[in-house]
Ligand binder design. Structure first.
Ligand SMILES: N[C@@H](CCC(=O)N[C@@H](CS)C(=O)NCC(=O)O)C(=O)O
Length: 194
């Protein structure tokens, strides 16, 4: 039994989307992550995430946290949906690389940009990331070429939240538009704050 610990319009929304893409049954349990709003300083005791954040996923009591890990866990658990290349597939390496790139390169780069604290090295790294992503998306519709995957969901969901996290460019806008047209996303958004 899967349970997703979720807050509307947050990083857990992307997993309602992924679960819809996978056709995977899952209980969605809303938790409070906004300690400042609730103004108690306490974590929501219903949230098993060790930092009191979302997303968190449990599978028969086993806890999985961190977006890249949750994406890999779910696509491995439901391989028939084809949302993540499995071991032995030549795209497995690129898939793992993009998931790790999301957590290790994109998230820190856009956080520095967002908080306006980029030094020269951060600016250079951001530019390198932009060039690599653009080149990938100018050559193919998705990060893995013709194949849509959970890696696209991680990256695109950041753009859905704040398009300005990547520079203006047709390749990004078209990527976003392709992803936004997916019926599973519309179903997910209907459940986001239900
Ligand atoms: N590295 C984590 C980041 C999770 C995260 O920052 N979640 C935000 C919501 S989008 C959160 O729970 N913020 C509330 C808090 O930190 O107290 C992941 O990718 O899963």
């Amino acid at each position: 039994m899967l349970t997703l610990f979720h807050a509307p319009r947050s990083r857990s929304t992307r997993f309602i989307w992924l679960l819809e893409e996978l056709g995977a049954p899952c209980e969605i349990r809303k938790v409070d992550v906004y300690r400042a709003v609730s103004n108690t300083g306490a974590r929501d005791p219903a949230n098993p995430h060790p930092h009191g954040q979302v997303p968190a996923l449990t599978d028969d009591g086993v806890l999985i946290t961190e977006s890249a890990a949750i994406a890999l866990y779910l696509t491995d658990k439901f391989p028939a949906a084809g949302l993540g290349p499995t071991v032995g597939d030549p795209l497995r390496g690129p898939y793992l690389s993009w998931l790790a790139y999301y957590a290790g390169v994109l998230e820190p780069a856009v956080t520095n940009l967002w908080k306006q604290r980029q030094d020269d090295q951060d600016k250079a790294q951001y530019q390198t990331m932009d060039e690599r992503l653009r080149a990938t998306l100018e050559a193919s519709p998705w990060l893995l070429g013709e194949r849509f995957s959970a890696a696209d969901i991680l990256f695109v969901s950041l753009l859905q939240f704040a398009r300005q996290m990547l520079p203006p460019h047709k390749a990004y806008d078209e990527w976003l538009a392709r992803a936004n047209a997916r019926p599973a996303l519309a179903r997910a958004l209907a459940k986001d704050d239900a």
